[in-house]
Structures are given as C-alpha cells and as structure tokens.
Design a protein around this ligand. Sequence first.
Ligand SMILES: O=C(c1ccccc1)c1ccc(O)c(O)c1[N+](=O)[O-]
Ligand SMILES: [Mg+2]
Length: 214
Amino acid sequence: TAEGFHLRLLEHVRKTVKPGDASNMIATIDNYCYTVESGMNVGDVKGKILDDIVLETNPTTVLELGTFCGYSALRIARNLPENSRFFTVEFNPEHAAVAKEIIHTAGMDDKIQMLIGPSQEMIPQFKGMGVSHFDLVFVDHEKDLYKPDVILLEKEGLLKKGSVIVADNVVYPGSPDYIDYVRNNPKFKSTNYMSELEYHKDVVDAIEKSIYIG
Ligand SMILES: O=C(c1ccccc1)c1ccc(O)c(O)c1[N+](=O)[O-]
Ligand SMILES: [Mg+2]
C-alpha cells in the first residue's frame, strides 16, 4: 500500500466534501482513488455487491473487521435499519484516526461504533458488550486473519443460524486458507461473486458470501 495514502485522502476530503452526506463522502473517496491514487477501500464495483448483500440480509447487528479509512463502514451503515448496532474494528491507530474523522464528517457517528485494537482481542469482548450474535460480518482486514477470526467468532458463540459472512479479496490478494476452510465446512453455505480489484478493472478479485447454517 502507498505509505501515507490515508493522510493524503484525508487532506483531499477536508477540502472537497459536503459535510453530513455519506453518499457524497463515498463518491469523493472513489473519485480520488480513480483520478489521483488508488487505496485499498472495497471500492464502488465490489461495494455494490456488498450493498446488495446488506440490503438482502437487513441485519440489525453487524461487525466489520478492517475499517481502514471508513469507506466500507459508510457503505454498510448507509443501508442499515434504524435500530441496528454496527461495530467496526481497526488495529492501526493512524488509519482509525482518519476513519473517525471521515465517519464524523459524513454525519454517521451515531450509526458506527469503532473499536481500535487487534481483532483477536476485540472479538472476545462483544458478548460483554451485550451482543448476542452478529447477523452480518464484513471481513476485510489482514488476509491471514480471515480464517482464525471466523473460527473465533463461532467459538465465542457470535454466529447464529443465518449469520452472513462477507469476505473481500478472496482472489487478490487472496485468503486461500479461509476459502478452503469455509467452502469445505458443512456449517457454511458459500457463494462466490466474481468481480474486479478496487479501482483496477484489469485485475480479477472476488467477494465470498458464506451463510452460517450451524
Ligand atoms: O493487503 C492488501 C494489499 C497488499 C499488497 C499491496 C497493497 C494492498 C489489500 C489489497 C486490497 C484490499 O481490498 C485489501 O483489503 C487489502 N488489505 O490490506 O487488507
Ligand atoms: Mg479489501
């Protein structure tokens, strides 16, 4: 990743966005990534697939692993029902600080609760925060943490029959141990959505949706 992308994006956002408008923020980030430099946001093409899965799931309790600059947090929060709870976990404090400002500027503070720390330490805390289970989990952090974190979510009793796991980047950079695990596990029913790497129509990538059937 281009060192300092998040800081250059924040500078651009501060100069250009219309405050209080999540869709304008999303469009501003996409425009920057297409015209100036691409960042590792899920982007508009895979983002539409994510939007459709969120809308079809209509989840009331949601977890995102990997906030980065907050782009997918805004895409998800924009499509959640009023009384929903949405947590996003980011381990990099610099990225989290940028995400916090981007989410605040977009007017989505009251919809998104950000936790800063390693996912393996954050996941065991949700039961104590009154979360019984997650209806939808968006996995988009360190690619070698996809499998251990989904295993941990099940171990913590945070998945229920019908819980939906949406995983980004299952082709590029890829998460082969996760794909092998989830596709060969009778507790999950998986669907692959072939797409393209964010801001790079010439590079193949995909999203994997896995429904926990318990
Ligand atoms: O890991 C990278 C990566 C690897 C190498 C170079 C640049 C980025 C990446 C690429 C696309 C993504 O959508 C994404 O979520 C990530 N990520 O870091 O989580
Ligand atoms: Mg990604």
